[in-house]
Write a protein that binds this ligand. Structure first.
Ligand code: MG
Length: 217
């Protein structure tokens, strides 16, 4: 099983990675999607985890692979039916994730009403940084996310623009899935998603959490 690492050396094994779709208004617009009354939830398996500092292999011959930079929340203790008021107590820390997406395959699945499992859950589809402890982040609702590909800025926004905020997501998800220590919630991407190609140089950052240079192979 793949582990995630904290900057202080602590390691955890996520039993699941819960993805949130359509959580930024301008990304909903660019996808020509419709805002939803409740969060859109999907899963990525543990096998999708990848150390973002290592070159990231992407699938070939399955159409476009899109980048989605996202704030990742690591759960610190088990819980189900977590009240929104105490949801923050369940956060261990924060990291940077790329929710890599086979966009053509996802598009076909969407139009046929079929699941997104392959489009979202393939091997290496969840590169993550090392994580920082919750207490070292002053305001996780106001962090800048930025993604640069080959010196061109693609994504630049703030977690302030999330539709469903982190405590609500923890409360909502835990009604259906028992959250356990190490589980990750990747909280959705802002606008500017686009294709990646072999050889692309990536600079990804979330303020106070991570500043990474990596490449696509
Ligand atoms: Mg995403």
């Amino acid at each position: 099983m793949n582990k995630i690492k904290f900057s202080n050396g602590l390691e955890m094994i996520p039993s699941k990675i819960i993805g949130i779709g359509l959580n930024y208004v301008k990304h909903i617009d660019e996808m020509k999607s419709i805002p939803q009354k409740e969060p859109v939830i999907f899963l990525k398996p543990n096998s999708s985890l990848h150390d973002i500092t290592q070159p990231i292999p992407i699938p070939k011959n399955y159409g476009s692979v899109h980048h989605e930079i996202e704030l990742a929340v690591c759960i610190g203790k088990a819980g189900s039916n977590i009240p929104v008021e105490s949801a923050e107590d369940y956060i261990a820390g924060f990291g940077l994730a790329l929710d890599l997406t086979l966009r053509d395959i996802q598009g076909k699945a969407k139009s046929a009403g079929l699941p997104w499992a392959i489009a979202k859950g393939f091997d290496h589809s969840c590169p993550v940084s090392s994580f920082v402890q919750k207490d070292s982040i002053k305001d996780y609702n106001n962090l800048n996310l930025k993604l640069i590909v080959n010196s061109n800025e693609r994504q630049n926004s703030s977690t302030a623009n999330m539709i469903f905020k982190v405590p609500f997501l923890i409360c909502y998800i835990s009604q259906f899935f028992t959250l356990t220590e190490g589980d990750l919630i990747i909280t959705g991407t802002p606008e500017g998603v686009g294709p990646l190609n072999e050889g692309d140089q990536i600079e990804a950052s979330i303020s106070d959490i991570a500043e990474i240079k990596t490449k696509i192979i």
